[in-house]
Ligand binder design. Sequence first.
Ligand code: NAI
Ligand code: CS2
Length: 491
Amino acid sequence: MEKNLVTAITSVPGPHWTTERLTSRIVHLGCGAFHRAHQALYTHHVLEQTDSDWGYCEVNLTLNGASLIKNLKKQSMRYTVSEKGQGENTLKIIGSMKEGMHPLIDGVQAIIEKMANPDVAIISLTITEKGYCTDATTGRLDPNNELIIKDIANPAVPRSAIGYITAALKLRFERSLPAVTILSCDNVRENGHVAREAVLGLARLQDEELALWIEKQVTFPCTMVDRIVPAATPETLTEIAQQLGVEDPCAITCEPFRQWVIEDNFVNGRPDWDLAGAQFVDDVAPFEMMKLRMLNGAHSFLAYLGYLGGYTYISDTMKNADYRRAVYALMLNEQAPTLPMPEDSDLMAYADKLIERFTNPALKHQTWQIAMDGSQKLPQRMIDSIEWHLVQGSDYRHLTLGVAGWMRYISGVDEQGQPIDVRDPLKETFAAIFTKYDYSVAVVEDMVKELLEIESIFGKKLIKNCEFIDNVTKAYQNLLNFGARQAVAAL
Ligand code: NAI
Ligand code: CS2
């Protein structure tokens, strides 16, 4: 018999069931690296322990997501997860996916019909921060978002994930079908509330009755999701193929650590994800803020200043004692104090664990990957905390350097004068600002001010705060004069 992923199961732990066992009770939008190593793996572990039939219909809406769906279908929706720590490496073949869809393969209507199928009880999402099409400062649907403009004009053939969800909910409403739970699993502040505001915002523009039904019937739990899952590379895929003895283009490598805290607010049932280690709670907010500020804030700090300092991977930046010290101080001195944690929380132990996770040399997590989409990430990772410090009158120098590092990075030219491939929905806005200024000392303050005027990132208050403007300007100037490594060392 030709060796394939199914026959490889004899040597690697994997599902002893076929897709026949599964019902697509969850439609997942955004079958990327993270979902494969997180929610799909939790669901797989529930299937291992119970007679559950909860399975996924995987949907990718972006053009570049089609090949993964095609490849998954070729291997009966199975794929490998490689969990790699210091000296440990566990392979698992995951069997929680039943089917996969893409607009180019199946058509838009078939996907909306699937989401409206009576079997479907949950629509979950990992569509990246920008996928919600909201304005970060208001948390509301952004009517100027180019996908939303198209969805308002043509709701039956949506382009955004929010448009697909709204169209599917409309069908369920019109057909008197049970409501579903919309489960955001993105690194977005109050992700459930943001998903709700976005869907309701679009529904209200289409049909007030539909909006009322959604408001009353559909639930949008918040979640805190955590597992470091870098994008797959030819190297990670080759390594897994060598271990499996068969190629798996859908395989993904991640760290051993995983965490999932979920608000227990499901309108139409859910898998017993707690059997796989998830925590169901009434209020996710403290966990979410802790993770977004201490882990993701620190990650973004390392990404911008690490990239500028010439480091390709997060684990490389952690080898530099100055970066290591700085990121620990950022977590404990500038992020931890901002958090309204229950009394028994041990944020020092949390920070220690984060340092260990970032140091994991087995993970090739590119600073460039994390640096992506900064305009969508900065508010919840750094800006909220800066505002807290300004009210308290406390020190926030690491956060200041983090923001200046982001500004220096999005200028698009590195410390050697080489171009930086900046990926961000506001990339054109940034380019328009940077082309106006050269790097002479006299204009740095004007340039910093112009960036701080971007309200969707910085809100309305910071641009009026002279102390903050002065601090960021000086930090930016230091980056220009001395470079990122020295600026980090000087902290
Ligand atoms: P990825 O690049 O592998 O996958 C991104 C997925 O989002 C793809 O399926 C793509 O089709 C979809 N997508 C992108 N833009 C979209 C849009 N505008 N509308 C609809 N779908 C869109 O990225 P990955 O690693 O899977 O991360 C995705 C998100 O998961 C992150 O942005 C973050 O919010 C969350 N996350 C990621 C973690 C990680 O370590 N990779 C850990 C914790 C959360
Ligand atoms: C990272 C996160 O890409 C990024 O912005 O900070 O995806 C990070 O790896 C996860 O949140 C870890 O759970």
